[in-house]
Design a protein around this ligand. Structure first.
Ligand code: 5GP
Ligand code: MN
Length: 345
């Protein structure tokens, strides 16, 4: 039986479905998650919930504006309810998340424990395929949203007819693909443009999505961007740009999660910059975003020095203190060291 038929039969036998995504969910995670719950509820009549490890950032809440009450659950907000939900689900999905370890430790344990069939839909390198019963994994695709779009379209009840998929799911799919391609500036393949074309033809309002994504930020985002570029960005001799958003700067600009989305890409505009690293301080660690230009592996760099990974030119990881560096103020010296180690200058 091919994978689409396997998925269809899993759905036919399911009643209570939980969809999970990676921690610090981005547009692709929320977009694919809500596109799927929308389809499962409205087309298959299933009880479907999206469980995000931590809260959806304010800037992405618009994706769920047409979702049903209770369709999104944040594990960090309601751990008991979310745990119960996972325990009682008879089918689990893991989207945009190459392994359960990319959720959060408590969710990872519950997901591993569950006896329900587990389906992976993901576009990262090195997925943990052993952990799943059915795997849709493709790295040469813009986003999980694009992969999910093809899957939904191929299911027998849809049969290629987008009118059969709820409009809110179609909108969520275009939203997530737009954020993961950085609004069509990276990871765009022929199928990506085909998907966009088909979705717009099906009535998805792309202008509204763009306005929701890029024209609804608080003034703070631009002030913080200006500050980081002017006062904070440094470029190492090897051509690695770094910006470090420490706690003090976060307080100064009343930083909220999601407000620096895309900042890591900006330094790549400089000719001599081959890679860009953006650090955000959290409790006991920095969250690290890495982006590279063609020919330089952000993925290798993130896995070698930041316990992370992701995609070839867009990866992430963590830098712990005191394990990796004695204190947050040592982050800059660490990056200077590791870039020297990696590039030789
Ligand atoms: P971002 O910089 O947007 O947070 O993440 C970029 C990419 O790196 C995403 O595909 C994300 O899944 C991956 N990534 C981010 N943080 C981590 C991490 O801590 N570990 C791993 N393995 N991948 C990460
Ligand atoms: Mn993604």
């Amino acid at each position: 039986m091919d994978k689409i038929n396997q998925l269809d039969s899993l759905l036919c036998g399911a009643g209570r479905v939980s969809v999970t995504v990676h921690t610090h969910p981005d547009g692709d995670a929320i977009g694919s998650g809500l596109a799927l719950t929308g389809y499962l509820k409205e087309c298959r009549g299933l009880d479907a919930v999206l469980i995000v490890p931590d809260e959806v950032p304010e800037s992405l809440r618009f994706i769920g504006r047409d979702s049903a009450e209770g369709e999104i659950m944040a594990f960090s907000q309601s751990p008991t309810l979310a745990t119960e939900r996972i325990k009682t689900s008879d089918l689990l999905f893991c989207l945009d998340c190459a392994s359960f370890s990319r959720t959060c430790p408590e969710m990872e344990a519950e997901l591993k424990d569950s006896k329900a069939p587990k389906v992976l839909v993901d576009h990262h390198l090195d997925p943990d395929i052993e952990a799943f019963d059915l795997v849709f994994s493709q790295a040469v695709v813009s986003s999980t949203c694009e992969l999910l779009y093809r899957i939904l379209k191929s299911l027998p009840d849809v049969g290629g007819d987008l009118a059969k998929i709820p409009m809110r799911s179609l909108e969520a799919l275009l939203t997530g693909m737009t954020t993961d391609t950085n609004n069509f500036s990276n990871s765009v393949f022929p199928g990506t443009l085909e998907m966009a074309s088909e979705l717009i033809a099906a009535g998805v309002d792309r202008d509204r999505i763009l306005s929701d994504l890029y024209n609804q930020y608080r003034e703070n985002r631009l002030r913080l961007m200006g500050f980081l570029l002017q006062e904070n960005m440094e470029i190492t001799p090897s051509g690695v740009a770094m910006m470090i958003l420490d706690k003090e700067t976060q307080d100064r600009f009343d930083f909220r999660q999601g407000e620096t989305e895309g900042f890591v890409n900006i330094p790549l505009a400089v000719s001599k910059v081959k890679m860009s690293v953006f650090l955000t301080e959290e409790e006991g660690k920095f969250r690290v975003s890495v982006r590279s230009k063609r020919g330089v592996s952000a993925n290798q760099f993130a896995s070698k020095y930041f316990h992370g990974g992701g995609h070839e030119m867009a990866s992430g990881g963590k830098l712990f203190f005191p394990q990796d560096i004695p204190s947050p103020s040592d982050a800059k010296a660490y990056i200077l060291n590791v870039t020297k180690d990696y590039f030789g200058i």
